[in-house]
Structures are given as structure tokens and as C-alpha cells.
Design a protein around this ligand. Structure first.
Ligand code: PHE
Length: 442
């Protein structure tokens, strides 16, 4: 029997999981949501929701994978073995299709980032026509860049867990952090930035009870921490059993939230700098189009920096591409692990097969963009992800008995804190999530 590939260190696991969590959701989704929902008020609610619900869900997902040391379909099947094995496996497969759904739109957006990075780079070299084409939205551009991005992700997953995922996450993540900080330092020196800073850091407490804001913050937190499609479960399964998951979850959550916070610190002041320079940014209190935020306002701002601006633009969009890449590989790993372990496929074959399916799915979205793009995002983030998390809570708290140490501790009242934690997952989380879910759905 071949030994299962794994992360070689705890820090390797944390960086890979943080790499999965930190992506377009942090750098694009979070600031967009914050700008549309009152800035500071959104930040405040986001932090609370992350602590109360998203981190416990992340814990449950990683715990399930870590105990099973298997792919999500087998892991959920085993956890439900006594009561409903078929249903457990089915839930695993639904999560797996969620990962494909996520990839189908994510690789398109990631392709835009890649083409904008290239656009700034070729402008630097003086090829202005090509640069213009690369910066302009078109179906042809999607048909070129989405596959390029899918192939990049596949090339990393193909190399395996330690050599591919762990090494690349550890290399790429620190670069991302440095670039972000550099850009913030620049932005904060521009006129108008202080107003943005105030808007972002001082919450208006009249807004924090707005249901629309709470729901946006909740969806954002789930998407941002990559919960509910099995990506974190499969990474948890590649970590040695019985590590202190609580601490690891806190580190991942802290890193993810910190990067989202930094992205807000860059983008919200940037919006106000743009406004100060005479650009129209908001209509009422809503942003003018979400695409606008990244692809027009920021490049316009970069261009005020002169020639350096093109370098900064290249850096910024490369940063987004890198962040998207480490998120893409975690979703790809979900079906790949399943095919390798259960269908006895080679990793190479599984990787290319999954990438082929993702390519077909994403090209379908490109072909029917107006009808499908927003719909897929909505179904995934407001239905599939919250429902999967609810299922994890119920499995960890109620269904899975034999071998479920957390449940034992909760019932026996052993080790006080673990017991309290177990009961929090059993009772509070499912109720809280159901309440929010009902609000989202109806
Ligand atoms: N968390 C990633 C982001 O913020 C997206 C993601 C969702 C990745 C689900 C994997 C699974 O961009």
C-alpha cells in the first residue's frame, strides 16, 4: 500500500490552509462588501460573525477530515456510518460538486486578474494596443485566460501535497503580504485617503443591526474561510492526526481576517482618493458597479503614479492572481483526492480529468454569462456552503458517535473547555446558522 501524501509540518498546513482561505474573496469581495455596507459597520459585524460561526464551522470541517485521514466523501461516509452512511457520502459528493461550482466562476475571475497583470506589464514594455485589448472585457479574452489559469492550478496540484501545494503556498503567501503592505503605505500618503480610513475604521453603530448587512457579512465570512465545499476537510486529512486543531484554526482565521482587513485598508482609502481626484465612485451609498472597483478605479489611480504606476498595477494584479491560485488548488484537491483514493486513479490522471470538467463548466458560464455567472455564485455562497456547514455541525455534534472524541468530551463533561466547546458546536452553532440561513433564503 502506498503511503498517503501529507503536509510535512504544522506550519506547512497552516500556510496551505491560509492560502486556500486568502483569495479573491478577501481582496475583492471583502472591500466591495464593506464599501457597499457602510465600511466600519461591516467590518465590525464581519468580525463578530467570524468568531461566533465561521471559525467553529472551520473547526468542524478540519476536525472531520483530520480524524478520518481520508477524502471528504469517505470522511463524511465514515462519520455517518452508524446512522446514515449513504447520506454522509452523498453530502460529501454534494460538497465536491460545490468545489467544481466554485472553480467554474473563480477561474474566470482569476483569468481577469491575470490578463490585467499582463496588460500593465506589456504597457510597461510599450505595447499599448495589446495592453488595451488585455484590459478590455471580451469573450475571447475569457476563452484564452480561464484555461491558462486552470492549467496553472493543475500544474501545482499535479505535483502532490508536499511538493506542490505545501511548497507553493509557503512561497507565494509571504510575497502577497509584502505587496499588500507596500501598496497600503503608498495609498495612505495620497490626498483623500484619511476620509476613507475614517469611513473604514469608525463603525456607525446604527447600521450594525441591518439584516442585509449581517447576511452579507455571514456569506462573506463563509466564502472567505473556504468552508463548506470540502477543501479544508481534505487539507485537514493531510495533517497528522490529533494535532491541536483549535490553535491551528485560530491561526488560519487570524491570517485570513488580517489579509481581508489589509485589503480594506488599501481599497477603501483608494476609493476616496479616486473620489477626491474627481472620479465618480459611489451612487448614493453604493459603489458604481462591482467590477468598476478593481478594474477601473484602481488602474486609474495607478496611472496617476506615472511610469511607476504600471509597475504597481502589474504587482497588484499579480498579487490577486497568486491569491486566487492558492485558493483554486484547494478546491481542485477535493475531487482529485476522491478520485485517487476511491477510484484508484493516478494523481496525474485525476488532476487532468478534474481540470477538464472545470474547463467545460467554466466555458459554459462564459457562453451563458449573463444567465449563469451570478446565479452560480449565489447558489454556492447562500445555499450550498451554509447548508454544508449546518450538516458538519449536526454530524460532529449528534450523528457521529464511535471515535468522536469531541462529542465524548462534551457528553462526559471531561476537560471543561473542550466540553463547553463541544456543546457550543452541538447546540448553539446549528441554531444560529439555521436562523441566518432562513433569513438568507426567504
Ligand atoms: N476562500 C477563498 C477566497 O476567499 C475562496 C474559496 C472558497 C476557496 C471555497 C476554496 C473553497 O477567495
Amino acid at each position: 500500500m502506498t503511503v498517503r501524501d501529507s503536509f510535512h509540518s504544522r506550519i506547512g498546513f497552516v500556510l496551505a490552509a491560509a492560502g486556500s482561505a486568502i483569495g479573491l474573496g478577501n481582496i475583492w469581495g471583502f472591500p466591495t462588501n464593506a464599501a457597499n455596507n457602510g465600511g466600519g459597520a461591516f467590518l465590525f459585524v464581519y468580525l463578530i460573525v467570524t468568531l461566533l460561526l465561521a471559525l467553529p464551522a472551520l473547526y468542524a470541517e478540519i476536525y472531520l477530515g483530520n480524524q478520518a485521514q481520508k477524502n471528504p466523501v469517505s470522511a463524511l461516509g465514515e462519520a455517518c456510518a452508524e446512522k446514515m452512511p449513504k447520506f454522509g457520502r452523498l453530502a460529501g459528493k454534494i460538497g465536491l460538486s460545490g468545489a467544481i461550482m466554485m472553480l467554474s466562476f473563480y477561474t474566470i475571475v482569476a483569468g481577469w486578474m491575470l490578463s490585467h497583470a499582463l496588460s500593465a506589464f506589456v504597457a510597461l514594455l510599450g505595447f499599448n494596443d495589446i495592453s488595451q485589448w488585455l484590459a478590455t472585457d471580451s469573450t475571447v479574452r475569457n476563452v484564452v485566460f480561464t484555461p491558462v489559469f486552470i492549467i496553472l492550478g493543475a500544474a501545482i496540484v499535479h505535483q502532490g501535497v508536499h511538493k506542490g501545494i505545501e511548497k507553493w503556498s509557503a512561497r507565494l503567501m509571504p510575497i502577497l503580504l509584502m505587496m499588500l503592505i507596500g501598496l497600503i503605505v503608498y495609498i495612505l500618503q495620497q490626498d483623500g485617503a484619511t476620509e476613507g480610513l475614517k469611513q473604514y475604521l469608525i463603525p456607525d453603530f446604527n447600521q450594525v443591526t441591518d439584516p442585509k448587512l449581517i447576511i452579507s457579512a455571514m456569506g462573506q465570512a463563509f466564502f472567505s474561510l473556504s468552508i463548506g465545499v470540502g477543501g479544508m476537510m481534505v487539507y485537514g486529512s493531510y495533517m497528522q492526526k490529533d494535532k491541536d486543531i483549535g490553535k491551528l484554526v485560530l491561526s488560519i482565521g487570524a491570517l485570513d481576517t488580517f489579509i481581508a482587513f489589509l485589503a480594506g485598508l488599501l481599497i477603501i482609502p483608494a476609493l476616496y482618493v479616486a473620489q477626491h481626484a474627481g472620479q465618480e465612485v459611489f451612487v448614493g451609498n453604493q459603489l458604481i458597479g462591482e467590477g468598476q472597483l478593481i478594474f477601473q478605479i484602481l488602474p486609474a489611480l495607478f496611472s496617476t503614479m506615472g511610469a511607476v504606476g504600471l509597475l504597481v498595477a502589474t504587482g497588484f494584479f499579480s498579487l490577486l492572481s497568486i491569491a486566487a491560485l492558492t485558493s483554486t488548488i484547494s478546491s481542485t484537491e477535493v475531487p482529485v483526492a476522491y478520485l485517487v483514493e476511491e477510484k484508484k486513479m493516478t494523481r496525474a490522471k485525476a488532476t487532468w480529468l478534474v481540470s477538464g470538467v472545470v474547463l467545460i463548466a467554466s466555458m459554459t458560464l462564459v457562453a451563458f454569462f449573463d444567465q449563469l455567472f451570478g446565479l452560480v455564485i449565489q447558489v454556492l455562497t447562500t445555499m450550498l456552503q451554509p447548508l454544508s456547514c449546518l450538516f458538519y455541525f449536526i454530524v460532529v455534534g449528534w450523528v457521529w458517535k464511535r471515535g468522536n472524541k469531541l462529542r465524548d468530551k462534551a457528553l462526559q463533561g471531561e476537560q471543561r473547555w473542550l466540553g463547553i466547546w463541544g456543546n457550543y458546536l452541538r447546540f448553539v452553532c446549528p441554531i444560529l446558522l439555521t436562523v441566518v440561513f432562513i433569513n438568507v433564503a426567504f
